[in-house]
Design a protein around this ligand. Structure first.
Ligand code: ADP
Ligand code: MG
Length: 455
């Protein structure tokens, strides 16, 4: 049974890992696709722009005679021509460069636009410019000036002998690359967001795995309980056998040494005590075997009162004040009186032990409804004792967990089991040095429902 459960848990862990892996793979594929699309669009647009620049450049260069460029009058004419070309083709500039990459002439009027100094040409353009001197039409890479991308085409201006004398530089702004850049940024952003989501998803799955581990922990605990249960059963069995021998021996002694007419009640004491012990051992064995609870419909208030009455002297001695806040017309619930007495005895003794210098125990009962709509009778046992350390809160109901020198750590595990057999719930709230409250919830329902839902 435990082995099977472990197998299921292990398989579930593997499934979770596969799901996470596939999720990340999908995300990577999606991002890669986007980047590919971005890259393709960018290089296509860049190439088209380059072609356009070269086309404008070659037709323009053909109409310029490089040898007239030193002449002031023809310079003015050429400048006007360049301006026309610039305007017609929506270029950002068109200029003629010399052997030192200096501008001889350009369409732009620098003097009119103040602050627009002639900037050294960006490095990206130098190679294209050099290539043009070699007689080849060339385009620069994209370069970034003042918040916009630019690209320029370089075409040699030749003399009659077909020798390059100057270089025509056709420059256009590539505003659409700004838009493309925006797209790139949103790609990065959406990538980051999906990464964050993946991480959150991973964390969520991690939580799920943790709860799986806590299920494993429960299995471990159940195993421990089972082994310890077997051990205790063996022990209780031995004790019961020994008690049988003691009982028999006492009987023999009684017959041998009792003088007729002068009965010695010492022998009866032995037998009476042995009988009590045998009953406890038998009950313990029955409990370990998990005999079904005998449910009767009733009011839980008098059951608590019965236990309180028998504990009163002990609590008075320990300087502990008892306060009961019972709900007067408490709905009836199904419970096993003997078992529930055991529950309250354990909780009250624990409360007492948590208050070595005295204090107050408050017992409250009231009807309540859970979020699921299930109605319960709630019984709260509160003390203002030493409280429970947060790191111990999970272990309270584990068998043999105790923080007391004289404790055996079985009380709460037995309580939990009894409540479970009633299909109820038990919760604990505790603050260190303020006290502890145990709440028990017993379902309100009729016997048929209870039996149908199985236990
Ligand atoms: P035991 O009483 O033998 O130690 P229990 O199972 O009854 O075993 O309790 C387990 C542990 O839970 C106790 O050792 C104690 O640390 C803690 N505990 C239980 N009830 C209280 C309480 N009312 N206040 C503080 N600690 C408690
Ligand atoms: Mg105890």
């Amino acid at each position: 049974m435990f082995e099977q459960l472990k197998d299921v848990l292990a398989k579930r862990t593997v499934h979770l890992k596969v799901v996470v892996f596939l999720g990340i793979l999908l995300l990577l594929m999606f991002s890669a696709g986007n980047w590919f699309f971005y890259g393709q669009t960018r290089s296509y647009l860049e190439e088209e722009l380059g072609k356009k620049l070269i086309a404008i450049g070659t037709t323009t260069a053909l109409k310029i005679n490089p040898l007239t460029l030193n002449d002031e009058q023809s310079k003015t004419l050429v400048k006007q021509f360049l301006k026309d070309v610039q305007w017609a083709n929506d270029l950002s500039n068109i200029s003629i460069l010399d052997t030192k990459q200096q501008t001889i002439l350009e369409a732009k009027d620098r003097t009119e636009e103040k602050g627009q100094e002639i900037m050294p040409l960006p490095e990206e353009t130098t190679n294209a410019w050099l290539a043009a001197w070699g007689g080849v039409n060339a385009v620069s890479g994209l370069y970034w000036i003042g918040g916009t991308y630019f690209k320029s085409g370089y075409v040699p201006i030749r003399d009659k002998n077909n020798i390059p004398r100057a270089i025509l530089c056709v420059e256009a702004s590539a505003k659409f690359f700004n838009i493309l850049n925006l797209y790139k940024r949103s790609l990065i952003l959406s990538g980051l967001i999906s990464l964050a989501f993946t991480i959150l998803f991973g964390l969520f799955l991690y939580r799920v795995m943790l709860s799986t581990t806590s299920a494993q922990e429960t299995v471990r605990q159940a195993e421990k309980l089972a082994t310890m249960g077997q051990l205790s059963a063996g022990l209780a069995h031995e004790i019961r056998n020994a008690l049988g021998i003691i009982d028999g021996t006492a009987e023999v002694l009684k017959q041998r040494y009792n003088r007729p007419g002068q009965p010695d009640e010492m022998f009866d004491y032995i037998q009476a005590e042995v009988k009590k012990l045998k009953k406890i051992a038998s009950e313990f064995l029955a409990f370990l075997k998990g005999i079904p609870v005998k449910l009767e419909r009733g009011n839980i208030n008098p059951v608590i009162d019965h236990i309180l009455l028998s504990l009163k002297p002990e609590l008075d001695n320990a300087n502990i004040k008892l306060t009961r806040k019972f709900y007067p017309l408490l709905p009836l619930t199904l419970f096993d009186t003997g078992r529930m007495e055991q529950v309250f005895l354990n909780l009250l003794l624990n409360a007492k032990e948590a208050m070595p210098d005295g204090g107050e125990i408050i017992i409250t009962t009231n009807p309540t409804i859970a979020k699921t709509g299930q109605k319960y009778v709630q019984i709260k046992v509160s003390d203002n004792g030493e409280g429970i350390l947060p790191q111990n809160a999970d272990k309270l109901f584990e068998p043999f967990f105790t923080t007391k020198e004289q404790g055996h750590g079985l009380g709460l595990s037995i309580v939990a089991r009894i409540i479970e057999e009633h299909q109820g719930e038990i919760t604990v709230e505790s603050k260190e040095e303020t006290g502890t409250t145990f709440s028990i919830f017993l379902p309100i329902r009729d016997k048929e429902n209870y039996e149908n839902s199985g236990s």
